[in-house]
Design a protein around this ligand. Structure first.
Ligand code: ZN
Ligand code: ZN
Length: 438
């Protein structure tokens, strides 16, 4: 039962990318080289390569050539909310962000809780997605927290893992049984950790900023208490657990202990939690309302340290498109979520690499090989013989995020108006050029 990704396919490209600084930490590669792609596969990596026949040459002096990124946590909004995103626009956004594979969460309408729904989506992805797209299946029917889905069938249909993300798992018993079944199907359970009783009707992080604004707070323990519970259950069942969008230092303490105990737990952090803090919410811009919420500087710094040490395995966007009219309401009333695919690399490059908090090579590992490993798909790689899953970045380009430039159908980006440095200029996914900046 292998994990599947689906895309339109097509003829593999012939391409010579000349003179880029290629950075692929898997091969300890960081040097200026030429990369020759033939029929969608990397044929040669070296110096002084020449193009033959109709091979297109891309002069890439001063650019970075990276293994393409993998997103373990995307909300594709399809089926059901195609007004917010569909597989075509999600692919376009992913490609513009340098992604070569994305995995959609199951909280769609209908929920991806049966093999026929998953198979229907797979068919659509095979017809519409330019970037290889895979899918999570729900843990519980209709995300209702009661009956488990047919996990064996869903794994057979190619689901990458199981998650009720969007809502927390209702009970520890549900997680326990999900971990038992997931193990049999060689899959993991991805958890949106949240204790609803502590979450209450909070709309932002509970702290000094929420107090000043007079907004209902979401305490850090609303996340960490549920993280602790999930880890306790995973320890008892020896199950494979993945923690979605970890955002607090308290959660990291639990995670560190679980690692010491040798648990099979992995974790992700989002670009917004890694680069922004709750001080941004003073603007009352509803695009800065997400769940888990933006946290104070101390939590952000702890997350970055954890990403660096590997305690947090990977970056995941939690790309969450919302219709404009839904976000154009007072902060308290707006839905949670920001888009993220198109800005992830630029935000992290600007916020962490240029500020010297994280090396470029580590960022690349955390956005590409690490999430691929968790998903169970081959890691994008700059090596001869590998499929061409690449992105080319102009590290010097300074750009301002504006709605009109975004490829997603929704424009609720936390970075609107922000000036970022580093921009994806070309993406090759599964051997085909899926994005090229004009
Ligand atoms: Zn979530
Ligand atoms: Zn999510």
């Amino acid at each position: 039962m292998t994990v599947h990704v689906w895309s339109k396919g097509g003829v593999g490209v012939d391409l010579l990318i000349r003179g880029a600084r290629a950075v692929d930490p898997q091969h300890e590669l960081d040097q200026v080289v030429d990369v020759l792609v033939r029929k969608g596969r990397i044929a040669e990596v070296g110096g002084g390569l020449e193009a033959t026949g109709r091979t297109r040459v891309v002069e890439a002096d001063g650019k970075l050539l990276l293994p393409g990124f993998v997103d373990l946590h995307t909300h594709l909004r399809t089926p059901g909310r195609e007004d917010e995103e569909d597989l075509t626009t999600a692919s376009a956004a992913a490609a513009a962000g340098g992604y070569v594979a994305v995995f959609g969460m199951a909280n769609t309408e209908p929920v991806v809780d049966s093999a026929p729904v998953l198979e229907g989506l797979a068919q659509r992805a095979a017809a519409e997605a330019t970037v290889p797209t895979g899918f999570f299946a729900a843990v519980s029917k209709d995300l209702a927290g009661g009956q488990l889905t047919e996990m064996h069938e869903l794994a057979e249909a190619g689901a990458v893992g199981f998650s009720d993300d969007g809502v927390p798992l209702a009970t520890a018993q549900l997680l326990r049984r999900a971990l038992q079944y997931a193990k049999v199907t060689d899959r993991f359970v991805a958890v949106h950790a949240q204790d609803d009783s502590l979450m209450g009707s909070g709309v932002m992080h509970e702290g000094a900023v929420s107090a000043k604004l007079g907004l209902g707070g979401i305490p850090a323990i609303a996340e960490s208490a549920d993280v602790a519970r999930a880890l306790e259950v995973a320890r008892y069942e020896d199950g494979r657990l993945h923690l979605c969008h970890v955002s607090t230092e308290l959660s990291l303490e639990h995670l560190a202990r679980a690692r010491e105990l040798g648990l099979a737990v992995t974790a992700e952090a989002t670009p917004h939690h890694l680069t922004l803090t709750d001080e941004k919410v003073y603007s009352l811009d509803s695009n800065l309302k997400m769940n888990p919420p933006l946290r104070p500087a101390g939590d952000r710094a702890a997350l970055v340290m954890a990403l660096k040490s590997g305690l947090i395995d990977c970056v995941a966007t939690d790309h969450a498109p919302h219709a404009q009219q839904e976000k154009e309401v007072p902060f308290e009333a707006a839905p949670f979520g920001t888009t993220g695919l198109e800005t992830a690399f630029a935000a992290l490059h600007t916020g962490l690499v240029l500020s010297k908090e994280l090396s470029l090579a580590l960022l690349v590992e955390r956005m590409s090989a690490a999430p691929a490993r968790i998903a169970g798909i081959p890691s994008p790689s700059i090596a001869s013989g590998a499929p061409a899953d690449l992105c080319l970045v102009d590290p010097k380009e300074r750009w301002t995020v504006i709605a009109a430039d975004l490829h997603s159908r929704s424009t609720n980006s936390a970075w609107l108006g922000e000036s970022l440095r580093g921009r994806v200029v070309l993406t090759v996914a599964a051997g085909r050029v899926v994005f090229e900046r004009a």
